[in-house]
Design a protein around this ligand. Structure first.
Ligand SMILES: O=P(O)(O)OC[C@H]1O[C@H](O)[C@H](O)[C@@H](O)[C@@H]1O
Length: 290
């Protein structure tokens, strides 16, 4: 498929089997796959992609992309009582509808949306899920869930962001120390230490105060991640052994990534009442100026 002009700063293009929107405005470049409303690139002007995507990724229909920002909805991780249901819900591989909300020189806003009618066995409720992706000097992603039915339902969810680093040994995180986490590898609960170093498999569901998180690499601030409507974060790096088992992933790539996922997970799952909405927002501001 040849690229198709959509709007001043937006082009429809193709990555192997997947149609993608490419955004080039004055502040940033971005790429979003229509399957999964999956952001795979956010590069502030003059910089490189803040997001990690595996070199082994093949962009195939029906398969979740390894990297970028997968949308985990309406459950995060395994389903609560249906072990056969897909991990992280069912919207990562759905084709989302979209509309351009604004396309200005400094910011482009695209709304993706899906309606589920209650026919999914893992989520027998009617709901509209909407993801507003805003590309500018910062990246803003706003995931909203509206209950279209007559009974309340519980959701867990995550903006499962894979961030790129040059060397995981040099990565330090600020803003999480003292928060309580559940270690999904050992099952233990503990507190995030102030001198956290990622030097083993980390798969933590952290319940925190919602404070901003800063990633520092080799002493340099790389970005700050802020949230609204989220009091849980998942930190994930598969490390050596798990990396060998992952699909669409080269085994050495665990050194170039860290997932920091704005979430509503476990105790922070949210009840959405009829005709009400819950909104989870993440903003990522790159560089030292923020
Ligand atoms: O392989 P996926 O289904 O994309 O999941 C990748 C990872 O996602 C999250 O970070 C979970 O906490 C991990 O337990 C899981 O391994």
């Amino acid at each position: 498929m040849t690229d198709q002009f959509i709007s001043t700063h937006i082009t429809l293009s193709q990555l192997n089997e997947l149609p993608v929107l490419r955004i080039h405005n004055k502040q940033a470049n971005a790429t979003i796959a229509l399957q999964g409303a999956h952001l795979i690139e956010y590069s502030p002007v003059g910089g490189t992609n803040l997001l990690f995507v595996s070199e082994a990724e093949t962009y195939q229909q029906g398969q979740a992309i390894r990297g970028g920002v997968p949308i985990c909805w309406p459950w995060f991780g395994p389903h609560r009582n249906q072990p056969d249901a897909p991990a992280h819900g069912f919207v990562r591989t759905c084709e989302w509808s979209h509309e351009i909300v604004a396309d200005e020189p400094d910011r482009t806003d695209i709304r993706f949306f899906l309606i589920t009618d209650g026919s999914d066995p893992g989520f027998p409720y009617a709901a509209r899920v909407e993801l507003l992706v805003s590309i500018g000097a910062t990246l803003v992603m706003s995931l909203s869930t509206e209950n279209l039915g007559d009974e309340p339902f519980l959701i867990s969810q995550a903006l499962h962001s894979y961030f790129r680093c040059n060397n995981i040994d040099d990565v330090r995180l600020h803003g999480l120390s003292g928060a309580c986490y559940n270690d999904k590898v050992t099952g233990e609960n503990a507190y995030v230490p102030s001198d956290l170093v990622i030097n083993r498999e980390i798969d933590w569901v952290i319940q925190d105060s919602g404070e901003a998180i800063a990633l520092i690499e080799a002493g340099q601030p790389r970005f700050k991640l802020s949230r609204i409507g989220s009091r849980s974060v998942i930190l994930w790096n598969p490390w050596i052994e798990k990396a060998k088992t992952l699909s669409h992933f080269n085994e050495e790539e665990y050194r170039q990534m860290i997932c920091i996922e704005a979430a509503n997970a476990t105790e922070d799952s949210r009840l959405v009442k009829p005709r009400q909405s819950h909104v989870l927002v993440m903003e990522v501001a790159g560089g030292e100026t923020h």
